[in-house]
Design a protein around this ligand. Structure first.
Ligand SMILES: Cc1cc2nc3c(=O)[nH]c(=O)nc-3n(C[C@H](O)[C@H](O)[C@H](O)COP(=O)(O)O)c2cc1C
Length: 455
């Protein structure tokens, strides 16, 4: 047994994998996006690998422009709604955490508090909510806006949104429901606290019709990399998906974010920062790199160019594929994903051709390509350098790459004492080693009692 602290492992799952051309791989199941059996199988493989978290990202929108191009890449066009999906996956698994995105720009706090509380009950304490402000005008248009509200405004709403959700989760104390047959009493009325919230963005007067989530609060995830995003994460997040493709960038991000937590009275250990990585493992590095190249080459160039254009917030489709992208095509500022924007701008400034930018761009994730020992070495070097507490791993093609990782890299991480041999508790909070939050009414009553005692 080593004294090493265990890393946390999450995986972000997209139908057939995270590569835009994954559906073309020989082992792919093209309609996986709507097949719950496929998702259950992926979650079971990840659970066999003792992963902390199985995560589903989401944007509530289909793409409505350039349909001829999107028709080459089904990722954003055909997939299950994440919470419905995870409720089914909960029944097919018993330990792995289950996380999903829900937007604070296009929901009401009541809906989110209620659904994630339900998922936490259904999964017996394994739910996690990825708080996003959303970064897609396609989503905005589905909710009555011509385009996204400005970045700062979205985050202001997000901050109040999280506050209201937590108030709703806390409206019942943990032991409110007693089901005392003798007294014919289902709950203790004094243990229910009406939520009376009046803020700039939300007015809520009422409470949830469901007992508190088994974890107290489902685990809060975030992935914003902007200054405002980091601030919200420092105040509220328990998992953060890092967005640095380099170890130096990740160390800077890690120090900065953990350093911001003190002003919110938080212990830095109660936030797990997971470096975003893509892993392709094979018996040798050459073999792993060859597989990566093969998938890259499957990508339809028009799809790659369009994705780059969307994340850079400008249309690049008029440019020749095999010439460097002129630097003056980089817009002055971004309103969507600031980290993605910066990554593309960096690739353009390196002088790469449009085709190379489209092939290299990996939405702020480092690619670890190699033998099991090599992949474990790089992972270890990131952890030892203070770049992260674990990893949010994406796999270009699933189930192949996930199964290879579970069968080849996980045993190597376990051998090094970096990762658990087995789960030690039933809840996601226990896997992560982060405490259950104390109900805010119980906490303030305890504080008042302590003050009275010392008075
Ligand atoms: C691993 C990862 C997963 C993400 N998942 C989603 C998602 O499901 N939906 C979404 O709208 N944004 C998602 N994002 C985007 C961010 O949460 C964030 O909203 C965006 O980057 C804009 O914030 P920023 O400008 O503070 O970086 C994700 C980012 C990362 C790195």
């Amino acid at each position: 047994m080593s004294a090493r602290k265990h890393i946390a492992l999450a995986t972000l799952v997209q139908p057939n994998g995270n590569h835009l051309a994954a559906w073309l791989a020989p082992e792919a199941q093209p309609d996986a996006g709507t097949d719950i059996a496929w998702y259950c199988r992926m979650a079971q493989i990840a659970e066999r690998g003792k992963f902390d978290l199985f995560f589903i990202a989401d944007t509530p929108a289909v793409r409505t422009d350039n349909l001829a191009i999107w028709s080459h890449a089904p990722t954003f066009m055909n997939q299950l709604e994440p919470l419905t999906l995870l409720a089914a996956v909960a029944g097919a698994t018993s330990r792995i955490g289950l996380g999903a995105t829900a937007s604070t720009s296009f929901n009401e706090p009541y809906n989110v508090a209620r659904s994630f509380s339900s998922l936490d009950h259904i999964s017996h304490g394994r739910a996690a909510w990825n708080v996003v402000t959303s970064a897609s005008d396609f989503a905005a248009k589905n909710y009555g806006h011509a385009k996204l509200p400005p970045h700062g405004e979205r985050y202001e709403r997000a901050q109040e949104f999280v506050e209201v959700v937590k108030k709703l989760w806390d409206c019942w104390e943990e032991d409110a429901f007693i089901y005392d047959r003798e007294a014919k009493l289902t709950f203790v009325p004094e243990k229910f606290h009406i939520v009376a919230h009046e803020g700039k963005h939300f007015r809520v007067n009422g409470g949830l019709n469901i007992s508190p989530p088994p974890q107290g609060h489902p685990v809060i995830i975030q992935a914003g990399a902007s200054d405002t995003g980091r601030e919200l994460a420092a105040e509220t997040a328990e998992i953060v998906f890092g967005t640095s493709a380099t170890i130096e960038g990740a160390v800077e991000f890690y120090r900065d974010l953990k350093g911001r937590m003190a002003k919110y009275g938080r212990d830095p250990d109660h936030l797990k920062i997971l470096g975003g990585i893509t892993v392709i493992v094979a018996d040798t590095q050459e073999e792993a790199e060859a597989r990566n190249r093969e998938w890259m080459e499957m990508l339809h160039p028009a799809v790659g160019v369009m994705r780059v254009g969307q994340d850079l917030e400008t249309d690049l489709s008029d440019l020749p594929l095999d010439e460097p992208v002129p630097e003056d095509r980089i817009p002055k500022s971004s309103n969507h994903h600031q980290a993605y924007f910066a990554e593309i701008a960096g690739l353009i400034r390196e002088g790469l051709t449009l085709r190379q930018v489209a092939m290299r761009y990996n939405r702020s994730k480092a690619t670890f390509c190699g033998s099991p020992t090599q992949v474990a070495d790089v992972m270890q070097s990131w952890v030892d350098a203070g770049a992260c507490d674990g990893f949010m791993v994406t796999f270009p093609v699933m189930p192949t790459c996930l199964a290879d990782f579970v069968d080849k890299v996980v045993p190597e991480l376990q051998r090094r004492g970096m990762f658990r041999e087995d789960y030690t508790g039933p809840t996601l909070r226990e896997h992560l080693g982060i405490p259950r939050p104390v109900n805010q009414h119980v906490a303030s009553a305890a504080k008042a009692a302590a003050e009275q005692e010392t008075a």
